[in-house]
Design a protein around this ligand. Structure first.
Ligand code: PYC
Length: 395
């Protein structure tokens, strides 16, 4: 798929820390759109081994804030063309995304989201239970008698994509344009002099670069310590699991805002499922039995006929959570040092738009207009982008 360069050069135009989807996409668009090919992507582990390979592959744009909707709308647009652009089948399939509401107050947030979405040209509408039963006849709308479904936000363009293929395809595309990808190359320090980045220390020696982008999700606090900057990010685990493969029966992506559950059926037939964040700070990719038990409990409220289906795999990722549930992207107080973080539970769906907007930001040394609202400075300026009602699994 891509070369494995033996030699790490002592200087590049840009170093990107993190060979996940975001870092690779930024490298690809830096080379494609700005001719910047002396770029090294460094990773302490392997390509796509972090949250790119640990998410549940959902893509959508039905956010709550205008800033969020515009940003993810562009991501959806890029995702639709991505298989063709990268000449790699990413199995992008539009399924329709349903966020179920089990209370009237949750439904109020859905109405708000639908209005913001429609205003900005994103297809979204609130549907009542009779319409919901037509769209997804498998749902038990009475929810086993516990918390009946009172309506849903329906977002027809919601899709799923083969997540690790996105990383492979960006890696191949970037490599073909001359970018170097160095796996198993931990960054151990970042050299800053008089407020300007000079390069990165690695386990394989010092690498000089005038531009350094950190796209490392759950490892962000460690990287920030290296440059002496603070962010309000905390790391919480997000877990997921899959079942044995079943014949295709579930077309839609179904999310319950109140049961904190989401489920879709992959092209291989597995049910891919997850829940809300674990409610504690933990820098670990450990998964738990508690998670599968409570998720199964809620899943059976919605789809009681799944009682005999076996869970075959489970995993966890480290989510880099911000107080306003929006990402942190762009420039920092250190000249030449850029951030792509704060991806919490919503990072995969932003992969292509992170690539284009960060490439622009590094090339021009000014934030792309789409990411201007997501700068680190917003926490000092009290200019938060409150996305909690739509960014995560459910509230
Ligand atoms: O934001 O769509 C989402 C999502 C799905 C799983 C975790 N977050």
């Amino acid at each position: 798929m891509f070369r494995q360069p033996e030699r790490l050069r002592c200087e590049y135009d840009a170093v990107i820390i993190g060979a996940g989807g975001h870092g690779l996409a930024a490298a690809y668009y830096l080379a494609r759109d700005y001719g910047m090919t002396r770029v090294a992507v460094l990773d302490r582990g392997w390509l796509g081994g972090g949250n790119t390979g640990r998410n549940t592959a959902i893509v959508r744009a039905n956010y709550l804030t205008p800033e969020g909707v515009r940003f993810y709308q562009e991501s959806l647009r890029l995702f639709r063309e991505l298989s063709e652009e990268l000449e790699y089948n990413l199995f992008y399939t539009e399924r329709g995304h349903l966020t179920l509401a089990h209370t009237e107050s949750t439904l109020r947030t859905m109405r708000w989201r639908a209005e913001v979405n429609k205003h900005l040209g994103v297809e979204s509408e609130v549907v009542r239970p009779d319409e919901l039963a037509r769209i997804c006849p498998w749902l038990d709308l009475q929810c086993g008698g516990h918390v009946p479904v009172v309506g849903a936000l329906y977002h027809p363009p919601g899709a799923i994509v083969r997540h690790d293929a996105v990383a492979w395809a960006y890696a191949r595309g970037a490599d073909q344009l001359g970018v170097e990808i160095h796996q198993r190359t931990p960054v151990t320090g970042i050299r800053v002099r008089e407020g300007r980045v000079e390069g990165v220390e690695t386990a394989r020696g010092f690498v000089r670069a005038q531009r350094v982008l950190a796209a490392v999700a759950g490892y962000t606090p460690r990287i920030m310590q290296m440059v002496g900057l603070r962010t309000p990010i905390v790391i919480q685990p997000l877990q997921a699991c899959v079942t044995e493969p079943l014949k295709p029966w579930l077309d839609q992506i179904v999310v319950s805002a109140n049961l904190h559950l989401y489920v879709s059926q992959s092209t291989r037939g597995e049910l891919v499922m997850g829940a809300a964040l674990d409610p504690y700070v933990l820098h670990s990719e450990r998964s738990t039995l508690d998670f599968v038990e409570s998720l199964a409990d809620h899943l059976l409220d919605l789809f009681p006929f799944l009682g005999g289906v076996k869970v075959t795999r489970q995993w966890a990722g480290m989510s880099d959570m911000t107080p306003d549930f929006s990402p942190i992207m762009g420039k920092t107080p250190i000249e030449g040092f850029y951030l792509d973080t704060g991806w919490g539970t919503w990072g995969f769906k932003a992969t292509p738009v992170c690539g284009t907007t960060l490439a622009y930001t590094l090339a021009h040394d000014r934030p792309h207009p789409l990411i201007e609202p997501f700068g680190l400075a917003r926490f000092e300026q009290y200019a938060l982008v409150g996305e909690k009602g739509a960014a995560s699994v459910g509230h």
